[in-house]
Design a protein around this ligand. Structure first.
Ligand code: GLA
Length: 486
């Protein structure tokens, strides 16, 4: 089929040529490796319009100080790995492998015609609270270390950058630490060159927030920030203002309460000004404290109503974003309910008025206490399957010392791990991380599975060892999505 005919066919069939964005999935780069760029930013190449993703490179057994990685993409879904943009230097005063190199952000400086990288530079105990600065003539790097300094004499912890579309001026956003004297988030203007901070524009006083980012619409600025719960997610809030200097509104939540912002922390946002539509994306991190190097990305569209002065991060399991037109569409999947599935062993169906057909399957454990979804139609190609679950640990582990975080002194266990087996093939077990939700809160998390074509497939879910137990989370349903069209 000629390319144009193929495109016309795809348009008629309502399909897009783009790859899907799947929040919380294991994202693989074109070289097959996991996309490893956390708490960073996406910077648009001034010449080519290409998207460049920078982030913390996290290595198994070594969660901090591994440098800043960089990937490129034309569609925000297919990522090419370019290695490290900023590599740690053994023995360096600020960027040794033992230092914290967190939340890197990259902006283009017109004055120097270079790309400038800024980040939270620190020692391993968060004792320095500085801002690191490195530069490169090429967006992909390598970046050369310049300095690590206190911003206008202050402390600086979680770091963000915002560039105003009205005048191209960049601003730093930084929480000034957890000490009593800190607990603010600063918004400070860079000089024109983006080589130093010039002045404080606003201070979000004593809200004790972090993970800051700003989104700009035609009429408003929205500043998103998370609470301070380390690598555990919480309910992210936003402030709104007509101007960066304020007055800023009261903070308000941006996602349904107790979803803990769909298990994510804020950190960056991206505006796509397409030919037909402007789409604002929330670029959050789904940390995994047990295996930080495997943390995921929760990238979601935001719905903003400047008249009502509201901003909502909207959940989608799988969506298709056209970066040229700016439009995005939710991909439709087919649901299979746990209420209609078959249980084995001690797994059983329990009344749950917040679940599909008032029923949730609980007691999923090990190899024997499982739930099997039957009659699933496949395509023979890899397809995303979302598992809708409830994890009642509430970020804790009831029978461990410390108990759940909903008690004083609670500890947080970040996930249960389910086993997922297609068509009874137990030699190929997929691992599904099910991070804590909250009692009565159902969230979803995806796996890429290959189901046989047109066959009535089965998917069996059990429990794997998570360091404490073999429990899988309670299941509400699965949703099977069509394969990507390339
Ligand atoms: C929060 C911060 C991260 C990191 C972790 C460490 O999540 O936003 O940048 O410092 O805490 O616990």
């Amino acid at each position: 089929m000629a390319r144009s005919t193929l495109c016309a066919f795809m348009l008629l069939a309502g399909l897009s040529a783009a790859k899907y964005i799947v929040p919380g999935g294991r994202w693989h780069a074109t070289d097959g490796s996991l996309v490893n760029a956390h708490a960073g930013c996406v910077t648009v190449d001034k010449d080519t319009g290409k998207f460049w993703l920078f982030g913390e490179y996290k290595v198994e057994g070594h969660t901090e100080g591994a440098g800043v990685s960089v990937y490129s993409s034309d569609d925000l879904a297919t990522w090419e790995n370019h290695g490290l943009a900023l590599a740690p230097v053994e023995g360096h005063e600020y960027i040794s492998p033992h230092h914290i190199i967190q939340r890197p952000k990259v902006v283009y400086s017109k004055v120097s015609n270079e790309y400038h990288m800024w980040w939270h530079a620190d020692n391993s105990s968060y004792g320095l609270l500085l801002q690191g600065f490195a530069r490169s003539p090429n967006i992909s790097g390598p970046y050369t270390f310049v300095s690590a300094t206190p911003p206008l004499g202050n402390w600086s912890q979680d770091f963000g950058i915002f560039t105003d579309r009205k005048d191209g001026r960049s601003y730093a956003l930084y929480s000034n630490g957890d000490r009593r004297e800190g607990r603010d988030v600063y918004l400070s203007a860079f000089n024109e060159d983006a080589t130093a901070l010039e002045k404080v524009v606003h201070r979000f006083d004593k809200y004790d927030l972090e993970g800051p980012t700003i989104i700009q619409t035609d009429k408003s600025y929205y500043a998103l920030m998370s609470h301070k719960t380390g690598y555990r997610p919480n309910n992210v809030v936003a402030f709104r203002a007509d101007s960066l200097a304020g007055p800023w509104s009261q903070p308000f939540t941006v996602a349904p309460l107790n979803t803990r912002t769909y298990n994510s922390q804020s950190g960056f946002s991206l505006t796509i000004q397409g030919k037909k539509k402007t789409t604002h994306l929330y670029l959050g991190d789904q940390w995994d404290q047990n295996s930080n190097w495997e943390s995921r990305y929760i990238w979601l569209p935001m719905e903003i109503d400047d008249r009502k002065k509201t901003l909502d991060v909207v959940w989608n399991d799988v969506y298709d974003l056209d970066v040229k037109s700016g439009e995005w569409t939710a991909v439709e999947g087919k649901a299979y309910l746990a209420a209609d599935a078959k249980t084995a062993g001690a797994a059983f169906k329990q009344e749950a008025n917040f679940a599909s057909k008032n029923t949730i399957v609980t007691g999923i454990y090990g190899n024997d206490s499982t739930v099997t979804f039957e009659g699933i139609t496949g395509t023979g190609q890899p397809q995303w399957v979302s598992f809708y679950y409830q994890n009642t640990d509430d970020m804790g582990f009831g029978d461990q010392p410390g108990g759940t975080p909903d008690r004083i002194g609670g500890t947080w266990q970040l996930r249960r791990i389910a086993s997922v087996v297609v068509n009874g093939k137990t030699d190929k077990v997929e691992t599904l991380f099910q991070r804590d939700t909250h009692k009565g809160i159902i969230l979803s998390t995806p796996l890429l599975l290959t189901l046989e074509k047109d066959k009535k497939n089965t998917i069996t879910v059990g429990g794997l060892w998570n360091g404490f137990d073999y429990k899988g989370a309670d299941l509400d349903r699965i949703v099977v999505y069509p394969p990507e069209k390339r």
